[in-house]
Design a protein around this ligand. Structure first.
Ligand code: WQD
Length: 328
């Protein structure tokens, strides 16, 4: 198929684009390179540099391509930041994505794979979280993802556009083959922050609270490897084309890892001290977030295979070490 990957120079988008291309699909990437890396743009891709807020540009890209589908991975994704700068998230995640949906409708692109998030659920009312869990987002980022899912449902009803809303839990890791290795710029998530400390790019890790009702007091999350996510994106797209029905599924490993467990394992794997300081809780952080991915297994025949702690940390450390070597 011919596929437009919007945000394909970014952390998750680059893994998705490469995975699709390696399986014979024709890939074009549209990206403004604000957070993505040019080293993630491979010669076998078409590339369109521009911003999803530029509707005429976006529509022209979609019209010229004869695309069978698009994958949208160009959202802002820092939940904490969304509470400080909601305007940025309104623009990029709402206005930008509405532009994508409208342009796809005008250009006749009928299949959309959308990067949604576990953040739409808010504070867990039960665990593991399945797709029937109430959607009461506690941060503006999660709100934007939930609203886009609702708009996609309307465009399915009114325009027959089929979508797969993939609700990622905590995306982490890097390409085990090392082909995709462009580092995230200014990451806020735990594992890249730990690796920046290990690489000497950041002085220390702040551990956001160790007084949670968890096995060691630190926050527990469901980390999902980007390669597992890439596999799920292709399976989801194949589902849309074959079944012609929209879906919304969780993508998680169904395993919980705590901050302190990850920190200790990272010290062991990297051989670095990774200094850390215990701080207060980060507002809005739940103690534990773990997915049920039973629906993705049932509908897509998908389950996590690369999301164990050692693969997550080793592949990430390899990417940071390579970056350090290239800068040396
Ligand atoms: C993980 C754990 C922190 C940083 C966010 C978004 C979510 C999704 C994934 C896109 C928590 C702790 C973190 C640090 C720390 N994004 N932590 N020190 O908050 O679970 O989820 O990213 O879909 O929508 O909300 O991820 O990596 O920020 O935090 O102690 O410097 O690590 O308290 O327990 P989070 P995270």
């Amino acid at each position: 198929m011919k596929i437009l990957v919007i945000g394909g120079a970014g952390y998750i988008g680059s893994h998705v684009a490469r995975y699709f291309a390696d399986r014979g699909h024709s890939i074009d990437v549209a990206d403004n390179l604000s957070t993505g890396s040019e080293i993630n743009l491979f010669p076998d891709y078409g590339f369109f540099k521009g911003d999803i807020l530029d509707y005429p540009w976006l529509l022209e890209v979609m019209k010229q391509g004869g695309y069978d589908a698009l994958v949208h991975l160009a959202a802002a994704k820092a939940a904490g930041e969304s509470m400080l700068k909601p305007e940025k998230y309104s623009l990029q995640n709402l206005a930008g994505t509405i532009n994508i949906i409208n342009a796809a409708a005008e250009a006749g692109i009928r299949n959309i794979v959308f990067s949604s998030s576990a953040a739409i659920y808010g504070e867990p009312k039960y665990l593991p979280i399945d797709e029937l869990h109430p959607c009461e987002p506690e941060n503006y980022y999660g709100f934007t993802k939930l609203k886009i899912e609702e708009i996609l449902r309307w465009f399915d009803k009114l325009k027959g556009m089929k979508f797969a809303a993939l609700r990622y839990f905590n995306a982490a890791g890097y390409d085990p083959a090392g082909v995709v290795h462009g580092l995230e710029k200014n990451p806020a998530n735990l594992i890249p922050v730990i690796m920046e400390v290990a690489a000497g790019m950041r002085p220390e890790l702040g551990v956001f609270g160790t007084d949670y009702p968890t096995r060691d007091g630190s926050g527990v999350r469901d980390y999902i490897h980007v390669t597992d996510l890439a596999i799920a994106h292709l399976k989801a797209l194949e589902y849309l084309v074959e079944k012609k029905e929209s879906i919304a599924v969780n993508l998680g490993s169904e395993q919980g890892l705590s901050v302190l467990e990850i920190l200790e394992r990272a010290r062991s794997i990297t051989g670095k001290p990774i200094p850390a300081v215990i701080t207060g809780r980060r507002p809005g952080d739940p103690a534990t977030l773990i997915a049920s991915s039973a629906k993705a297994k049932e509908l897509l025949g998908w389950e996590a295979r690369y999301s164990d702690i050692d693969t997550l940390l080793t592949t990430t450390w390899n990417a940071y070490q390579r970056s350090m070597e290239e800068k040396a």
